[in-house]
Design a protein around this ligand. Structure first.
Ligand SMILES: Cc1cc2nc3c(=O)[nH]c(=O)nc-3n(C[C@H](O)[C@H](O)[C@H](O)COP(=O)(O)OP(=O)(O)OC[C@H]3O[C@@H](n4cnc5c(N)ncnc54)[C@H](O)[C@@H]3O)c2cc1C
Length: 406
């Protein structure tokens, strides 16, 4: 009980930390404008991937790099794709567009000339004897870098990830998923991670008449990084709404192509660029191995950092930890430019705080500091936190000027 009270107090303390973080996020680019000057041939800090890790790293860098440097962001997607609404929007119609946040507004307050955006795919990294190098892009250009940030995340298909680069294609695919579910009598969801749990709960709440089965290979839902209470809670809630949960079972994924089957398994880290450059920096699971400073494990590549879902991390992977890592990476690059000491990142308990939807109207917030666990039931909105996340990235919900030209 005491441990639980302590955890609640720590969580309340975090609120102040969050306020401070938001304030400094808002102020730092504006203050930086007072001293940063755009120059003709700046040195590049290249960020590959602009989702939760890369977009945030780019913002922190553009708010702190000294004059003479700029960020070059290489991102293949037209929009920031919000992952956690995808299972919901694969079931429920009318909100799909909210999963695609137009890029740009998160960088609207940084100094002029502090960044350049390139919509392209990074295909190869070439490094010289001093650890500087070039990123070869699919459309032909090669971009020089002084420092490089790999924030390429992970890939999968719907309902876990969009799996295509444009909003237009993404909207079409979400509609296909909704149509598949609408006509199916039996819905089979493979994988009892967050995406599978959310999809199964939503499908059963939206279509109570359908048989919804969730198949998971482990003894309990979720994986070991989530605490036992959340797994138990998810199991009970799903059973309550009428989902049939089959644990310790495996389906032959490749042979299943039925209309009502959703595969919520097999996210692959996008580490091919590093695999080609430094195979020893990639683990057996395909994640990039980093030092506590978030530089690659390979000590000959000190100028290359990585953050987010692509790195090896024995903890919950989520946007919060991607943000924290991005902040460390940006600070460490600026420290390196100024010949200062690198800070060491270590995962902290609050980064793993989780919100899990269990059907269309119920959400469970969960956190654990290793000594105690707290879970809280809340009412959820059909669009989930879409408006909030748009606002966080400086975008007006749900105004998208690119719709006019796309
Ligand atoms: C279904 C689901 C639900 C989730 N729910 C939550 C939740 O509720 N809360 C939470 O905090 N987290 C949640 N997560 C986890 C969260 O989405 C990830 O931790 C987060 O997306 C990681 O961000 P990232 O920037 O590391 O990588 P990603 O989001 O994977 O982004 C990688 C980016 O890199 C780009 N890219 C990749 N390769 C290249 C290349 N070669 N060239 C150019 N660009 C490239 C991609 O286009 C993409 O934009 C959920 C994840 C899933 C799948």
């Amino acid at each position: 009980m005491l441990a639980k009270i302590l955890l609640v107090c720590k969580a309340l303390g975090l609120t102040f930390q969050q306020i401070y973080t938001h304030l400094s996020l808002a102020l730092s680019p504006r203050l930086h404008r007072l001293t940063y000057r755009s120059v003709e041939h700046p040195r590049n800090v290249v960020v590959i991937g602009a989702s939760f890790a890369g977009y945030h790293a780019a913002r922190c860098l553009a708010s702190s790099l000294p004059t003479g440097y700029r960020v070059v962001i290489i991102e293949k997607n037209t929009h920031l794709q919000v992952t956690w609404v995808l299972p919901r929007f694969s079931v429920v119609r009318g909100h799909e567009h909210k999963a695609f946040i137009p890029y740009g507004s998160y960088l609207s307050t940084v100094p002029r000339g502090s960044y350049e955006w390139m919509r392209d795919t990074a295909e190869q990294i070439l490094v010289d004897d001093y650890g500087r190098g070039k990123v070869q892009l699919r459309l032909g250009e090669a971009i020089d870098f002084e420092y490089l940030v790999i924030a390429t995340g992970a890939s999968a298909a719907l309902p876990s990830r969009v799996g295509v680069t444009t909003k237009r294609e993404g909207l079409e695919l979400l509609t296909v998923e909704q149509d598949k579910l609408a006509v199916a009598t039996d819905v089979i969801v493979l994988g009892g991670g967050p995406a599978g749990i959310e999809l199964a709960g939503d499908a059963k709440s939206r279509y109570p008449e359908k048989n919804v089965t969730l198949v998971h290979s482990r003894k309990s839902l979720l994986n070991d990084n989530f605490g036992p209470t959340l797994a138990k809670r998810a199991f009970e809630e799903l059973v309550n709404v009428g989902v049939s949960v089959k644990l310790e079972e495996r389906a032959n994924v490749d042979s299943i192509e039925e209309t009502g089957t959703a595969k919520c398994i097999g996210q692959r880290p996008n580490s091919a660029l590093i695999q080609a450059l430094s195979p020893k920096s990639v683990s057996a699971s395909g994640h990039i191995r980093v030092r506590p400073t978030l530089q690659l494990a390979d000590s000959t590549l000190d100028r290359i950092y990585a953050a987010g879902d692509v790195i090896e991390l024995n903890s919950i992977r989520n946007a919060r930890s991607a943000f924290e890592q991005a902040r460390y990476v940006a600070n460490n690059i600026v420290a390196s430019i100024r010949s200062k000491k690198q800070a060491e990142y270590s995962y902290r308990w609050w980064e793993g705080a989780t919100k899990l939807t269990l059907g269309l109207t119920k959400t469970v917030a969960y956190m654990s500091d290793g000594s105690a666990e707290v879970s809280l039931s809340m009412k959820g909105k059909e669009e989930m936190d879409s408006s909030m996340i748009w606002r966080f990235f400086g975008a007006r919900p749900f105004v998208d000027e690119t719709d006019k030209v796309d």
